[in-house]
Design a protein around this ligand. Structure first.
Ligand SMILES: Nc1ncnc2c1ncn2[C@@H]1O[C@H](COP(=O)(O)OP(=O)(O)OP(=O)(O)O)[C@@H](O)[C@H]1O
Length: 595
């Protein structure tokens, strides 16, 4: 019971924000002019209308059950006139309304679902991207695997299944109530077959007990399906992810001859998919054995129960069919759980995944208040004080106290591999959350950090050069000029080509795309984390000269291992290990450039 309550709470937390949102949207409702309104009113209006139509359809079914009774009575009485009159006046009329309402309901429901999905997707992508949450979640290993699947697939399934199950439950409940009333009234005069006992609403009780028992059995048999469905989606996503990774790193794998290792990895991941699938089959086999027998039994049980009254002359043929029909409806709505068990199991898995994702984002958002403070001041320096940077497991690696980078003074940071140089840069960029101390930057300064492996987004070369600004942020001449400056003039005619540029360009070319980006963006500070390490020394030399010429107002701070970089920087800082094993930046005099 606690589990059920928790599940309802989980669903509610995922569900209510859309229906309570104060976001404003534009509605175009022919023939009215377009108007702006809070989205929750649109959502609520659509939801209420769809539900009202569902209730209306139940009412039509109740009306048709009386038609059914009268019609069969007419058949039994061989009364052709009544037969045809009922068909054309009652049946055709209500059937037409039913069909029209089904179409309207489908359209309104579709609008509701796509609006809801759009809103939820925007909300999750926004929260996931805000404050580098995506990166922090990855760093902290917060248990939300495959966020792409959660945003793309689970949101869609959640909205679709929630609507489907809500409507099914409401329809089941209203069917249950209305047909129970019919059944109660019809069977009020019946006694238990073979006896004189009169049990009020005997058939209603029969239907309830029969289906409650079956539902309970279904739950016992089907319960493990919830966990199995959850696992299945995770294994599928893991398998898909490993395939996508090979696509991205195809060349590296081919060079290492890693196909066999990849095949083994695919085999192992796909093996999980298969094993879990077989476990689902085994469980569903038992469930289907039960539900199928139950379904077969249902075709005859209502008639078996009602037939004695028909044979005893207590009811007519119309009464028999109406009673059996009402019994079947009460019973089938009661056993709603049985028919929908697999859907519910799948739905619960989706809800768990989305709630897990939601909780992981919330946890990361809450953890964004770390002892590591990022502030700004009116001066022109970047200052680090009392800084102790740690790894996600809490182990400290870098310490920096009173380290000051002055505007206009270029600096080169060197030190052994693994000494925490990149981590220091990440802290300055404000994306490293672990540790304590303070980083203060000039207020309003534009800081750009280029890592060793640049990010080249999917799309045109123009987009890659302008990133993260929009494609049309710079005029053509500026882009072409920047390309020539970084010795990528051969690409100037291909700005609007869509390519997997990160796969076709060499790493050195990609690094020069990133430098061209900096030339276009003209930041106040440019941190280069081995951002030219893939270039030959001559090209690297050219690039540094271009940066100095074209960005005279930009302060450059580099991380690099090559001694040739020294001459391009006024200051040199080296990461040295202290007695406490923490690496600390130490100012060293620039060595004189070789004559
Ligand atoms: N996300 C992470 N999770 C765990 N450990 C990490 C993470 N990022 C970095 N580290 C560890 O922190 C240490 C410092 O890494 P960092 O990349 O800052 O070194 P570096 O001095 O820039 O090295 P290199 O010169 O090789 O680029 C390394 O031991 C690395 O393994």
């Amino acid at each position: 019971m606690r589990g059920l309550w928790q599940a309802i709470l989980q669903i509610w937390r995922l569900l209510y924000p859309y229906f309570a949102t104060r976001d404003v949207t534009t509605v175009r409702l022919w023939p009215l002019p377009a108007f702006r309104i809070q989205e929750r009113w649109v959502a609520l209006t659509l939801a209420v209308t769809v539900i009202a139509i569902e209730f209306g359809q139940v009412a039509i079914n109740v009306r048709l059950s009386y038609f059914n009774r009268d019609w069969f009575n007419a058949i039994q009485a061989r009364d052709a006139t009544t037969f045809w009159t009922l068909l054309f006046t009652v049946f055709c009329f209500w059937a037409a309304i039913f069909i029209a309402s089904a179409i309207i309901q489908y359209v309104l429901q579709s609008y509701l679902l796509i609006g809801w999905r759009r809103w939820l997707t925007a909300r999750y992508t926004h929260r996931w991207l805000e404050n580098h949450t995506h990166y922090r979640m990855q760093l902290a290993g917060t248990g939300a695997d495959n966020p792409d699947q959660r945003i793309q697939e689970d949101v869609d399934r959640f909205t679709e299944r929630t609507a489907y199950l809500t409507l099914s439950i409401l329809s089941a409940v209203s069917n249950l109530i209305s047909f129970s009333v019919i059944l109660w009234n019809i069977s009020s005069e019946f006694s238990v077959p073979g006896t004189d006992w009169r049990v009020p609403g005997f058939l209603v009780w029969g239907a309830l007990i029969y289906s409650a028992f079956a539902t309970w059995l279904t739950h016992l048999i089907g319960r493990p399906l919830i966990r199995l469905n959850f696992e299945q989606q995770r294994y599928e996503a893991d398998f898909r992810f490993s395939l996508a990774r090979l696509r991205e790193y195809g060349e590296q794998v081919a060079l290492l001859g890693g196909e066999r290792a990849e095949r083994d990895r695919f085999g192992q991941r796909f093996g999980n998919v298969i094993d879990n699938f077989l476990a689902i089959v085994s469980r569903r086999k038992k469930l289907i054995a039960f539900t199928a027998s139950y379904g077969q039994l249902n075709a005859v049980i209502p008639y078996i129960l009602v037939a004695p009254y028909y044979f005893a002359g207590q009811i007519q043929l119309g009464g028999l069919t109406q009673t059996a029909g009402a019994f079947a409806r009460v019973e089938s709505t009661m056993s709603f759980f049985i028919t929908f068990y697999t859907t519910i199991a799948d739905y619960k898995a989706v809800v768990d995944r989305l709630s897990g994702f939601d909780a992981a984002i919330a946890q990361t958002e809450a953890a964004s208040v770390t002892p590591l403070r990022i502030g700004s001041h009116g001066g022109s320096t970047v200052e680090l004080s009392g800084l102790a940077l740690a790894l996600p497991d809490g182990r400290r690696i870098v310490g920096a106290d009173r380290l000051v980078f002055r505007a206009g003074e270029s600096a080169l940071v060197t030190g052994p591999s693994g000494s925490g140089k990149s981590t220091l840069f990440r802290a300055i960029a404000g994306i490293w959350p672990f540790g304590e101390g303070e980083v203060v930057k000039p207020a309003g300064a534009r800081i750009m950090l280029l890592p060793q492996r640049p990010y080249i987004p999917v799309g045109t070369l123009r987009g890659a050069l302008a990133y993260p600004a929009s494609e049309d942020a710079y005029p053509d001449e500026a882009i072409v000029d920047a390309l020539h400056a970084v010795r990528l003039g051969q690409f100037a005619g291909r700005l609007d080509e869509e390519e997997a540029w990160n796969q076709t360009m060499s790493l050195g070319e990609q690094q020069r795309v990133a430098i061209a980006r900096a030339l276009l963006a003209k930041p106040d500070w440019l941190f280069l984390d081995e951002a030219t390490a893939a270039l030959d020394e001559n090209t690297e030399e050219v690039i540094y000269r271009v940066l100095a010429e074209r960005l005279p107002d930009t302060t450059i701070v580099s991380i690099g291992h090559r001694s040739t970089l020294i001459e391009h920087h006024e200051r040199r800082i080296e990461m040295r290990p202290g007695a406490d094993k923490l690496f600390r930046p130490v100012d060293t005099r620039p060595e004189p450039a070789p004559a």
